[in-house]
Ligand binder design. Structure first.
Ligand code: MIC
Ligand code: SF4
Length: 641
C-alpha cells in the first residue's frame, strides 16, 4: 500500500516514536516562526535554555499583532524582539512587513519542510505542501534549540476535492463547508490532507486560505500536494528553486475519506459566535450590517484585494457601513498600490489599515454596540472583536465586498458577472523589511524595556493537590475566554503578573481576585477545552494565579500541550456525566497524584464539600508525565540537561 503525503513528510522528519495514530512522535523541525504577541515569551524561554544560536534551518520573528503603540509597551517589545533575533541567529521581519503567515507563505515556505509556529494559524504553510504546525511559544523555543517537537501521531483524513468552484464561490467557502460538516472539534488529532482532481483548480493563496482555517477544525494541520500550481506560485515569487513536487502515492491509504464537490458549493457564512455555525448566505440575505472588515491572514492576498477592488470600483460603501481593509503583507499592499486597486478602494470609501492583524484580534476597530460585523477573518468568538455584544459573521472577501456595497448581508451571486482576477505572473519582490541576523552576534546587546518581566515558574508537582473549584464552564471554551486579546490586554503579553489580572474575566470578572484569595485551585471545562489561539498565556496566567489542574471532558491539542509545559495537570473525566456533579466553590482534593501519575493509574478527585469521589483519566505520554512531575518543561529540560 502506498503512503499519503502527510505520512511521507512525517517519515522524513521522524526522530522518535512510531507512526501509529495516537502514539507520541518526535519530529525534526526545519523552520520556526513567531509573532510579537507570542514571541516575547518564546524568546525569553529560548534565552532561559541558554543556547547562543538557533539550530533550525530558518527561524523568523514577525511583528504583526501588537501594532497599536498607545504607550511605550508594544514598542519596547518590538525592540526586544529585534535585538534578541539579531543576537541568536533569527531573521527579523520588521513591523509593516505584514502578517506572519502571509509573509511566510510568500517569502519563506518550502514544500516538504516542517514549520513550527507560535501561532495556531501556522498551517497556512500547508497551502505550499509544508507540514506546518502551530504550538505554544515554549515548544517553539525548544525546537529553535534543535530539539524535536513532540506531538501525537495524527490520523490522516483525505478531503477529495472534485469539480471546480462556481463563480462567486471562494476557497473560504470550502473550509466553511468543512467546518459546517465536522465542527470546531472535528479535526482534533487529525491532519486534513487535500487531494483529488479539484486540487489543480485552486491557486496557492486559495489553498492557503483552506489550510489556514483548518485550525478552526482543531486539526493538527492541513496540507495540499506540491504541484504545478505550487511551482507557478514559487516561480512568481522568484523562488522556483524551492519547489519540489510532492504528492500522496496513487494507492495511498487514509484513516477517513471525505468527498467535497467544489461545483456544488455556494457562498456560506459562519454566524455568531463560532466558526462552525455555518449557513448559506442566501438564508440570511438582507440582514443589516454596520461593519465589514476585509483582511487577516485568512483572506488578504493580492488576489483577494484585487477582486474586492474590482467589485467596489465606481461605487461607494453603503452609508451605514464602515469598511476596513488590512492587506496581508507589504508585498500585497505594494501590488495593489501599483495596480491602482488601492486608489479604487480608497475612492470607494474603504478605511485602509496597515499590513497587520488589526481588527482580527481586537487590535482596534471594535464594532459599535450590538453591531453586525461581517469579516473575511477566521474566528468570531464572542467579544474577540472588542465589543462583547457585537455579532460577528465570517465569510469570503467576495461576500464581504458585496455586503459593504449593499449595507446588508448579500449573496454576491446577486451582483451579476464576477470580475475575473488571475494569479500574478510575477509578484513584486522587495525584502528590504527583512533583517538577516549577523554572522557574528557576540556584540549585539539585547534591549529589554520595563514592560518585559521575568518568566514565572512553578516548582515540582505536589503529592496531593488541594484547593477550590474556582470556575465551572461549558463546552468549546476558547483561549480567548481564558485569556482575552484586544488592544487593552495585548500590551501585557510580556508581563505575566499584569496580564493574569484578566484571566477568565470574559467568563467571570471576579476570577482573578477569587483565585488569588484561594491561593490554590482548579477549573472545570467541557469538550474541546482551550480551542483557538496558541497563546501560552492561557496556561501561564492560570498557573500564576494558582490553578493546579484543569478538569475537562476533552482538550484542544495546543492548549493541552501548553498546560503541560507550565505544570498544570490536564485531567479528563472518566465518565463525562461526572462533570455535572462538581459545583463551583467545592473544595477538591487529589490525593497521591504524583504516585498515581507515575504508576499510570487513574487520578481520583475527592470533592470534600460533597463527600463524593470522581475518577479522572489523562492523555499523557510518559515524557509528558515527567514534565508535569517536574513542574513544567523548562524545569524538566534543566533537570535532564
Ligand atoms: C489568533 O488568531 O487567535 C492569534 C492572536 O493569532 C493567536 C496567537 C496569539 O494569541 O497571540 C493564535 O492564533 O495562536
Ligand atoms: Fe493575526 Fe488574525 Fe492571523 Fe491570528 S488569525 S495571525 S490575529 S491575522
Amino acid at each position: 500500500m502506498g503512503e499519503n503525503l502527510t505520512r511521507k513528510i512525517i517519515g522524513e522528519h521522524l526522530v522518535s516514536g512510531e507512526m501509529s495514530p495516537g502514539a507520541e512522535i518526535g519530529l525534526r523541525i526545519d523552520q520556526t516562526l513567531t509573532q510579537d504577541a507570542t514571541g516575547t515569551m518564546a524568546y525569553l524561554q529560548f534565552e532561559a535554555i541558554g543556547l547562543e544560536r538557533v539550530k533550525t534551518e530558518l527561524s523568523v520573528s514577525y511583528v504583526d499583532h501588537n501594532m497599536l503603540q498607545s504607550d511605550f509597551r508594544n514598542a519596547d517589545d518590538h525592540l526586544y524582539l529585534q535585538t534578541v533575533a539579531a543576537r541568536h541567529g533569527i531573521t527579523f521581519s520588521r513591523p509593516g512587513n505584514g502578517i506572519c503567515h502571509q509573509v511566510h507563505l510568500e517569502r519563506f515556505g518550502v514544500p516538504g519542510k516542517t514549520l513550527l509556529g507560535a501561532d495556531s494559524h501556522t498551517p497556512t504553510g500547508g497551502g505550499l505542501g509544508m507540514l506546518a504546525i502551530g504550538a505554544g511559544g515554549l515548544d517553539v523555543a525548544v525546537a529553535m534549540a534543535g530539539a524535536p517537537f513532540y506531538v501525537s501521531m495524527p490520523k490522516v483524513v483525505l478531503v477529495r476535492l472534485e469539480g471546480k468552484l462556481p463563480p462567486w464561490v471562494a476557497a473560504k467557502d470550502v473550509i466553511l463547508e468543512l467546518l459546517r460538516r465536522l465542527s470546531v472539534k472535528g479535526g482534533v488529532g487529525k491532519v486534513i490532507e487535500y487531494g483529488g482532481l479539484g486540487v489543480a483548480t485552486l491557486t496557492v493563496p486559495e489553498r492557503a486560505t483552506i489550510t489556514h482555517m483548518g485550525a478552526e477544525l482543531g486539526a493538527t494541520t492541513s496540507i495540499f500536494p506540491s504541484d504545478e500550481r505550487t511551482r507557478e506560485f514559487l516561480a512568481a515569487q522568484g523562488r522556483e528553486q524551492d519547489w519540489r513536487p510532492l504528492a500522496a502515492d496513487p494507492d495511498a491509504e487514509y484513516d477517513q475519506v471525505i468527498t467535497l464537490d467544489l461545483s456544488e458549493l455556494e457562498p456560506l457564512v459562519a454566524c455568531p459566535h463560532s466558526p462552525d455555525n455555518v449557513v448559506p448566505v442566501r438564508e440570511l440575505a438582507g440582514l443589516p450590517v454596520q461593519q465589514v472588515c476585509i483582511g487577516s491572514c485568512t483572506n488578504s492576498s493580492v488576489m483577494d484585494l484585487e477582486k474586492v477592488a474590482a467589485m467596489l470600483a465606481g461605487h461607494t460603501v453603503a452609508p451605514g457601513v464602515s469598511l476596513t481593509i488590512s492587506p496581508g503583507s507589504k508585498q500585497a499592499l505594494t501590488m495593489i498600490a501599483k495596480s491602482g486597486a488601492l486608489a479604487t478602494l480608497v475612492a470607494a470609501g474603504a478605511r485602509v489599515l496597515e499590513s497587520a492583524c488589526g481588527p482580527c484580534l481586537g487590535q482596534g476597530q471594535a464594532p459599535s454596540s450590538g453591531a453586525v460585523s461581517v469579516r473575511s477573518f477566521n474566528r468570531n468568538f464572542q467579544g474577540r472583536s472588542g465589543t462583547t455584544d457585537a455579532q460577528v459573521y465570517l465569510a469570503s472577501a467576495e461576500v464581504c465586498a458585496a455586503t459593504a456595497l449593499r449595507g446588508a448581508l448579500t449573496d454576491p451571486r446577486e451582483l451579476g458577472e464576477m470580475p475575473v482576477v488571475t494569479m500574478p505572473q510575477a509578484y513584486v519582490l522587495n525584502d528590504n523589511m527583512v533583517i538577516a541576523p549577523p554572522a557574528d552576534a557576540s556584540q549585539v546587546e539585547v534591549v529589554r524595556g520595563p514592560n518585559i518581566k521575568p518568566l514565572p515558574t512553578r516548582g515540582p508537582l505536589d503529592d496531593t493537590l488541594q484547593g477550590e473549584l474556582l470556575l465551572v464552564m461549558g463546552d468549546n471554551i476558547t483561549t480567548d475566554h481564558i485569556l482575552p486579546a484586544g488592544a487593552k490586554i495585548l500590551p501585557l503579553r510580556s508581563n505575566i503578573p499584569a496580564i493574569s489580572e484578566y484571566a477568565f474575566t470574559r467568563v467571570d470578572p471576579t476570577f482573578p481576585e477569587r483565585a488569588k484569595a484561594a491561593g490554590s485551585g482548579f477549573v472545570l471545562g467541557g469538550e474541546n477545552y482551550g480551542q483557538g489561539s496558541s497563546r501560552e498565556h492561557a496556561a501561564l496566567a492560570p498557573m500564576y494565579l494558582g490553578v493546579r489542574a484543569v478538569l475537562a471532558k476533552s482538550f484542544a491539542r495546543i492548549h493541552q500541550a501548553n498546560l503541560i509545559n507550565f505544570g498544570i495537570l490536564p485531567l479528563v473525566f472518566a465518565r463525562p456525566e461526572d462533570a455535572e456533579r462538581l459545583k463551583q466553590g467545592d473544595v477538591l482534593r487529589l490525593p497521591e497524584v504524583r504516585a498515581r501519575l507515575s504508576a499510570g493509574q487513574l487520578v481520583t478527585v475527592v470533592d470534600v464539600t460533597q463527600g463524593i469521589e470522581i475518577p479522572m483519566t489523562y492523555d499523557l505520554s510518559e515524557r509528558q508525565i515527567e514534565i508535569i512531575l517536574a513542574g513544567g518543561l523548562l524545569n524538566y529540560i534543566q533537570a535532564t540537561a
